[in-house]
Every structure is written in C-alpha cells, then in structure tokens.
Design a protein around this ligand. Sequence first.
Ligand code: 8YV
Length: 336
Amino acid sequence: KQKVVVTRKFAESAHKLLSQEPDIETIQWESDRPCDRAWLLENAKNASGIILTLSDKCDEELVSAAGPSLKVIASVSVGTDHVSRDALKKRSIRLGYTPNCLTDAVADLSIMLTLMAQRRAGEAMQAVLKGDWPNMPWTPFLMTGPQITGSTVGFLGFGRIAQATLKRFISFGIKRALYLTSTPGKPSKADYYGMVKESPIPIESAQGWEQLASESDVIIVGCNLTPDTKHLVGTEFLFKMKKTGVLVNIARGPVVDTAALVKALEEEEIFGAGLDVIENEPNIEKDHPILRQPRCVVLPHVGSATIETRVQMAEESVKNLIAGLKGDVMVNEVEL
Ligand code: 8YV
C-alpha cells in the first residue's frame, strides 16, 4: 500500500473518498490544532503523498524526510507560496492545488471588506458595543465614508479571484477598473468570465503601480506572494493613494508592509483598509498597532471559509492526490 499523510481533519466526504482507495494507507493528524512539524517529519518517512495546507511548510526538509517514495503533494489552497517548487521539481514530485472552487467565496469576502472599510463597519460596531451610541447624536456626516457607486477599482494581480470580484463590483455600479499584472500596460492574458473583453465599463491595464495607486478609489490586493510582490504595497504606494482610498488584502500578508499601512492610516493618507491576511499571521497579539486603527478591519484569514467551499477544497485535494499517485490528470495541477 502507498502511504498518504493527511495534516488536518478535513471534510468527512474527503476522508471517505480517500478511504475507498484500496491501495492507499492513510496516516492522519487527529487534532484540531495545526499539525505538529516533528510529527509531520516523522510520519512523512516513506510516504507517497501528503495532503497539507498553508501552515504546513512544504520545503526541502519535508521532502527529504519523506524520501524517494514521495510522488505527490496535494495542497488544500490556491496559494502555493508555502511550497518550495524547486524541492519538488528536482525530484519530479507533482503538486495539486485548488484554484477554482474557492474563487466565489474569496471574491465575496473582497466585496465585504471593501464595503466594511468604506462604510466604517468595524468602527461603527465598536462604538455600539462600547455603549457610545446614546452619545452619538445624528449629524449629517456621522460615520460617513466614500460610496462604491461611480468609483474606480484597482486590482493588484488580475487572476480568477480578482476577476470574480470585478464581476461583482460591476453590479455595484463602479465606473472603471484598472489592473496591474507582471506585464504592466499589456492586456490580461486570461479572461476567466468572458467579461474583460466584453465589459459594460472600461477595464484597463495600468502602466505601473503608481498609476494603479493614484487613480483607484479601492485597491484589491489579489496577487501571488513572490520576491517581486513582497511589500509592493509600502509607504510609497500607500502615500500615492487617494486620501479617500481603501486598501483590501485578500492575498498574502507580506504583499503589504504592515508598518507602512499603520503609518498611512494614522496620518490619514488613506481612508481605511480591510485585511483578511497580514504579515506574521496568526501571531497577531491584542496590542498590535494595526488593531488600534479604527478604520482597519482585520479578519483571521477566512476568505475561503464557507462550508461548501471548504468541502470542495478538501474533496478536490483528495482527487488531485489520487490522480497524482496513479499518474493520471489532476483536477488542478501546478506546473512546476
Ligand atoms: C485557505 C488560502 O484558507 O487557498 C488559499 O491559498 O489562503 C485560503 O483559502 C488556506 O490556504 C488553507 O490552506
């Protein structure tokens, strides 16, 4: 039998799929706590496949611990920055991932964070929770923020999630979209929903980050984390944004320089922010300076957290793993 290590308790249906495979023996991490690294390294020995998530680093150490038997890594995620592609490539290990099934859930969250930041939902709810409402007489500009209708939305990264977010924003009546990919000024190669070419609003490729930052009312960070995108949103970017601008990050924390964001919020260089991800997550203590910013909504990386999506992600990962072990076509495979 081929040994498969599973680092989380995923949806029941996914475990069932795996257990129906006669040639697979599963080693399961049983706790709801993140999988212990020492346990993973120990149990990976002689494994043919590993199903893991973002917080399980898949690096040279893990791949060597598994040894030459390792054929497939199935990551329950769209992002694969926790996986060393080099370590896999040199041993011809295949990498499965789950790019499509979580798009809607994350796009929904992008909209939610945008509206929360623009409409000051976090700040307003805090005021109510603190019992301040009786002391907040109605005034015409009480808790007002910028409106999404008629705005320009800028996308840093223009993949599936960004395009699904744009599709939603169009129904909110935005007037224009700008995007920045690794080829500034060039039309996007992918048009996932057939709306980039046939859109009711102009969708333009920005010439560079300066144009994206200065002309957008909302910036959605949706790019991969790479050495090129780390801290791409730093002081210069944030201080180029409109003072009424809102920054939303649903990608990876390190794309945004948190210290620079705190400064931009404190100095009112931008209006607000919505973060589903942040540098050094999940180790964000109560006294972290970003949590003292009333105009910043911070969520604990819940972009894909709908029941339906998490079930699909797990099932798809198992299918990727099984296909990988059999030498078949995966549902979604990363080209290494
Ligand atoms: C997941 C994500 O929650 O898919 C991704 O890349 O960041 C989130 O959807 C996370 O990866 C769980 O592994």
